[in-house]
Design a protein around this ligand. Structure first.
Ligand SMILES: [Zn+2]
Length: 464
């Protein structure tokens, strides 16, 4: 038996490259597949046999068995493949193999490889809206996306509470590893000169609702949208203005609130949490959750570049307030006076050049947009970008639908099932509450591609 690594899910030639006689192997590269290759002896003339293998992969990774076809000179399609029932659990493969082309001179060459998901059931089952979350046994972990809670902070605190309480109540069942809020926690802090009382009251509501996640130990983070700071203040180039504009946000959601959490990374400055990041291991892979406020100024963009430079081995989700518009464009904005950053600039400076960034979540624009960019950057990776903001959706004329999203990741399949749900309405149908009637039935339940670009764990190890 030898061990090797293949760049493809079945090597092009019978003998791969970099093979060693190791008994187990794991690799952490992008799109690389570790394998064990066996030469099995048979009585000359044998042209049929049952071949069995027992061992483990990692997480819920499929393992596939191929037998070399000496005539066609190919490993061909797998003769057997299986998914572990529990993460990292035992996989047993067995296949009856026939044909003299598989038994060259009394030997068969057998390849057992940690391949990508072969069964497409996760995608087919979840692509059809069914008013349900994906079956937790069929995915590795989930991320919760919540955003633009501004009107419920102002008018309907119980709706906000129902959202974070739902996450707490269901985190274990649905494998919610992390929850990200992409801004506009509150409504009434948008312009200077307005009385601070209203904003303070809303921040208190938002704070109490987020505390529900905090008290339950659910890893999570928030960022300031344009309603959470004095974005429209004059003189934004004045030193200290950025900090002044974020003072109330930082009073409630500053670094002091989060810095003792085990997943805490760092913030823009010791006092300013308007941009910050978390580091967390999920399903054996490292993740960086990078937060940028509304229209981040150049100094924040440079800070974010530094964070990405320092963590190339972390699969990165960028959360920011305004990135996609409702048509799926990444707009350029006219905020040159503050050297601030539009969606296009975030894409050009933080997403495209950094191979570790695989997802961007955003809000601000009322509605939904899904943009999957393929063949991005040096490694030709996939970048999944989701806008989901239901702030203007209405129940009986009031903006209190309380929809949020759960993103359910099947790592080995490279597929992500999105489910949009309102705990307070018990509804999976945001489109029914859109006063503009822009979306079709089931528009909040779908499947998209993703890839984890960094530190993707794959492994094959045999057991007797
Ligand atoms: Zn906004």
């Amino acid at each position: 038996m030898v061990a090797g690594i293949s760049e493809t899910s079945a090597p092009d030639s019978r003998i791969g490259f970099d093979e060693t006689s190791a008994s187990t192997l794991a690799t952490t590269g992008t799109d690389e597949f570790p394998y064990l290759r066996y030469t099995v002896k048979f009585t000359p003339g044998t042209d049929a046999a049952t071949m069995s293998w027992r061992g483990r992969s990692v997480n819920r990774n499929d393992i596939a068995m191929h037998v070399w076809d000496a005539v066609a000179q190919t490993w061909g399609t797998p003769v057997a493949a299986a998914t572990p029932v529990t993460p990292g659990g035992v996989v047993e493969l067995s296949a009856k193999v026939t044909g003299s082309e598989r038994f060259e001179s009394g030997t068969a060459a057998v390849l057992v490889i940690d391949s990508p998901r072969i069964d497409e059931g996760f995608e087919t089952r979840n692509a059809v809206p069914d008013e349900q979350f994906a079956n937790p046994e069929s995915y590795d972990f989930a991320l919760q996306h919540i955003t633009d809670t501004q009107y419920i902070s102002r008018d309907d605190p119980e709706v906000y509470e129902s959202m974070t309480q739902w996450t707490v109540d269901n985190a274990e069942k649905y494998k919610v590893a992390y929850s990200m809020h992409t801004g506009d926690l509150v409504q009434s802090h948008i312009r200077p000169g307005r009385p601070e009382d209203a904003a303070r009251k809303e921040f208190e509501v938002a704070s109490e609702s987020m505390k529900i996640l905090e008290d339950a130990g659910i890893p999570h983070g928030v960022l300031p949208g344009n309603h959470d700071n004095l974005w429209n203040a004059a003189g934004r180039m004045i030193p200290g203005e950025h900090e002044k504009n974020h003072a109330l946000y930082n009073e409630f959601f500053g670094p002091q609130r989060y810095q003792d959490r085990p997943y805490w990374g760092d913030s823009f400055t010791d006092e300013d949490n308007s941009a910050h990041y978390d580091l967390i291991d999920i399903a054996g892979a490292k993740f960086l959750m990078l937060y940028l406020g509304y229209n981040p100024p150049d100094k924040v963009m440079r800070w974010a570049e530094g964070v990405l430079d320092d963590h190339p081995d972390h699969n990165t989700v960028i959360g920011t307030h305004y990135y996609l518009n409702e048509f799926g464009d990444k707009p350029n904005m006219g905020f040159s006076d503050i050297h601030a950053s539009s969606g296009a600039q975030i894409w050009n400076r933080l997403v495209k050049p950094y191979d570790s960034v695989f997802m961007v979540l955003s809000g601000h624009i009322d509605g939904q947009a899904t943009v999957i960019d393929h063949n991005v950057g040096r490694d030709g990776r996939t970048v999944t970008q989701l806008l989901s903001d239901y702030q203007y959706f209405e129940v009986e004329g009031e903006r209190r639908t309380g929809f949020q999203r759960m993103l359910q990741f099947d790592i080995d399949a490279g597929k992500l099932a999105v489910t949009t749900h309102s705990p307070t309405l018990g509804s999976f149908h945001p489109e029914r509450f859109d006063p503009q009637n822009r979306y079709e039935a089931g528009s909040g339940e779908f499947v998209v591609d993703f890839t984890l670009p960094a530190d993707l764990p794959r492994r094959v190890s045999a057991e007797g």
